[in-house]
Design a protein around this ligand. Structure first.
Ligand code: MTE
Ligand code: MO
Length: 234
């Protein structure tokens, strides 16, 4: 991005983001190890459907596959660059298997995604049906490991990482915005779009950069302690 004087502004990343080496394990799980992968993993479909049902992950292999290359931006301020995800577009899965179960006339506003570890993120229906949103099963040519969300995770690269639910195990169809459950200090933005710097639910994104950046070190340190290959780090 250049200005009138031809100076380069920023680093090509979304506002307030800094590049990290590699792709750290990071999350509210902190040092807890990743949840065990069920023998026959499913995505539970809940909420505003005629009848609740489960989608076996195995059935994703029957749908058209999609690959995307994208950077991954955590709201705390780190960015992992050029990750290659492979899986099924969320929109493809939604149109094929989920939407047919929505009663006629029902307007879905959000999809609340849940992970096996209890993490949840509600994504607006428009954001989750965007072209770049994937249910990813492979990362950089290998099956997703437990650090990054085995056996499958949501990946929404245009939104901060907290929307990209690891160990995806449920989707709940909502007809109104979900209730706010976080306190005022660390309040996630309901959309979290990275280029708009929607970092915080109440404050402008740039106002919380320093506070959030201070969390990177401790969360990253703890998350690494619960990582799959932590013995090789010690
Ligand atoms: N299930 C689950 N998904 C999660 C989280 C989590 O704690 N549990 N943390 C989120 C946050 S804040 C980020 S930045 C990314 C980090 O993904 P990574 O560990 O693959 O780097 O996962 C997101 N998805
Ligand atoms: Mo994050």
């Amino acid at each position: 991005m250049g200005d009138a004087k031809g100076l380069i502004k920023g680093n090509g990343l979304p506002p307030g983001q800094r590049r990290v080496e590699g792709f750290p394990r990071f999350g509210s799980h902190l040092s807890r190890p990743a949840p065990a992968v069920p023998v026959d993993p499913v995505i539970e479909v809940r909420g505003a459907v005629t009848e609740e049902f489960d989608i076996p992950l195995a059935s994703l292999s029957l749908l058209p596959r999609q690959e995307i290359a994208a950077d991954f931006h955590c709201v705390a301020g780190w960015t992992a660059t050029d990750l290659r995800w492979e899986g099924v577009s969320f929109a493809t899965l939604y149109r094929a298997l989920i939407e047919p179960a929505v009663p006629p006339g029902t307007l879905i506003t959000h999809i609340k995604c849940g992970g096996l570890d209890g993490w949840e993120a509600a994504v607006t229906i428009d954001d989750i049906l965007a072209d770049d949103v994937l249910i990813a099963q492979n990362l950089d040519g290998h099956p997703l490991d437990s650090d990054h969300g085995a056996p499958a995770r949501l990946v929404s690269p245009s939104q901060y990482g907290y929307m990209s639910v690891k160990h995806l195990s449920s989707v709940e169809l909502l007809i109104t915005a979900p209730a706010i459950t976080e306190g005022p200090l660390i309040r996630s933005h309901p959309r979290g779009r990275v280029w708009e710097e929607e970092r915080h639910g109440l404050l402008p994104g740039r106002a919380v950069r320093l506070l959030y950046r201070a969390l990177i070190g401790p969360i990253r340190f703890l998350s690494a302690r619960g990582a799959r290959d932590r013995h090789t780090l010690e």
